[in-house]
Design a protein around this ligand. Structure first.
Ligand code: HEM
Length: 439
């Protein structure tokens, strides 16, 4: 290790103390360290070395320039993978690449256009169920985002009871995985108390539901042009074969997990920001009145509002990679097996790259000719080969829903600002808003 030139950082003792503090306040602790060391620092946990960075050049190096040298760390992939299987989000290497090549075309803008009508119908049906009054919108956005993924996967053909069962599995599994990651010392207890087994049983239940949907679809011989058809029709370039049934189930579970909480977080924060900035809300309402859902998807201000919301509150607030071989960036050199933590939240609020970084200003995303510059400092969907496969889908569903929502409802702050819960994703802890019908 002595031959390497790691970034400045913490000694062994300090590192353990920081880790303890970090569990209690992950964002605050990281922000403090970033300010102290200028945006990149090293942590020494004895057998494990980490580098945390919000340096845009370093992030680009890991995700794009030298991406072949980096795998996703096993912290999340293995924990999640044992319940939801081996799909895009939880795999690495050759298997991941083959799956990515197979599934990527299905998420191309041309392909997902067929899904916009389903998204619009889901959003409209959902808006009928919003009671108005002072509400926590987070659980609502969670339900909406889940319904959108389910309906675009199965063309609104899943019975409500089955959908709720699947929803319960997803929520319980995610919560359990988070607890397991945050409290590794309790792993033995989770086994002994039967929690691991219960979650495994839940996972089997979810797989059974999806398996039944797949078999019914195949037997029906009908085509729906939804995400399930896309997965069933996809063929590997090299063999021309389709996925095995168990692989399709793995990928569906991945889409349900990856596509639902992130969207719910982004929508909740966006509604909170609009409620707290009435001028922006009015401007958006006026400029999106009477739009069709196809127009919403291309509307610059709708996109800018969502982008600005994800700058301030990136649902994927952090990401991690492990180096496969020794590597170097700028003056730093570091060994293989080092964990690199990419702190997007910090970069998105760094005053060196963003003017007035803590203010909500959607117009910063409307400036023409700055797209290339922005790409280097803005990572809501990650970047490089492992960039979010559902980014266009997510932007479309959020635009379609937001327009429908603000044309139907007014929204005001409900008193307190939401606390942040930085778990695997950046969740708001209650988003209390006053909602009233406009008509
Ligand atoms: C606002 C909504 C969303 C955000 C902020 C988001 C963010 C991200 C990010 C940052 C990554 C890369 C993680 C990394 O590099 O470590 C990712 C990966 C992924 N996302 Fe999303 N996502 C969103 C919505 C969706 C949706 C709607 C879907 C699918 C329907 C989806 C499917 C996936 C999948 C499958 C991956 C893994 C891709 C791979 O590793 O090849 N995401 N997402």
């Amino acid at each position: 290790m002595t031959n390497y030139s790691l970034p400045p950082g913490y000694t062994l003792l300090q590192s353990f103390w920081r880790t303890y503090k970090q569990v209690k306040d992950p964002i605050g602790t990281m922000e403090e360290s970033m300010a102290r060391f200028g945006g990149t620092y090293a942590v020494n946990l004895g057998s494990r070395r980490l580098i945390a960075t919000q340096d845009p050049g370093f992030i680009e190096h890991v995700l794009k320039v030298n991406h072949r040298n980096y795998y996703k760390s096993t912290i999340l992939t293995e924990q999640l993978g044992r319940f939801i299987g081996n799909g895009l989000l939880t795999s690495n290497g050759e298997y991941w690449l083959r799956q990515r090549r197979l599934i990527q075309p299905g998420f191309h803008t041309d392909k997902i256009q067929a899904l916009y009508a389903i998204i619009k119908k889901t959003a409209d049906d959902f808006l009928q169920t919003i009671p108005g009054g002072t509400l926590d919108v987070y659980p609502l956005m969670n339900r909406l985002a889940f319904e959108i993924v389910i309906n675009t996967l199965f063309t609104i053909r899943m019975p409500v009871k089955t959908r709720d069962e699947l929803g319960r599995f997803i929520t319980e599994t995610q919560d359990f995985v988070i607890r397991d990651i945050r409290q590794p010392h309790k792993s033995w207890w989770f086994h002994l108390s039967g929690e691991v087994k219960r979650n495994m049983n839940n996972a089997e239940g979810a797989r059974h539901i999806i398996r039944t949907m797949i078999r019914e679809r195949k037997e029906s011989g009908k085509k729906f042009d939804d995400l399930l058809d896309m997965l069933l029709d996809a063929r590997y370039e090299d063999t021309g074969a389709a996925m095995e049934e168990s692989q399709v189930i793995d990928e569906i579970l991945i889409l349900l997990i990856a596509g639902h909480e992130t969207t719910a977080n982004a929508l909740s924060f966006t509604l909170y920001l609009l409620a707290s900035h009435r001028d922006e809300l009015e401007k958006l309402r006026e400029s999106t009145a009477g739009l069709t859902f196809q127009q919403c998807v291309k509307h610059p201000l709708l996109a800018a509002v969502i982008q600005e919301s994800m700058r301030l509150y990136p649902p994927a607030w952090i990401s991690d990679r492990v180096s496969l071989h020794d590597d170097a960036y700028n003056n730093y050199t570091f060994p293989k097996d080092i964990i690199v933590i990419l702190f997007y939240y910090g970069l998105h609020r760094d005053a060196r790259y963003w003017q007035d970084p803590l203010s909500f200003k959607p117009e910063r995303f409307l400036k023409a000719g700055q797209e290339k510059e922005k790409q280097k400092i803005y990572y809501p969907f990650g970047a490089g080969p492992r960039m979010c496969i559902g980014n266009n889908f997510a932007m479309a569903e959020m635009a379609i829903f937001l327009q429908a929502f603000i044309q139907k409802f007014d929204v005001m702050p409900g008193g307190v600002a939401p606390n942040l819960k930085p778990l695997v994703t950046l969740r708001p802890d209650h988003v209390i808003l006053k909602i009233s019908n406009l008509s």
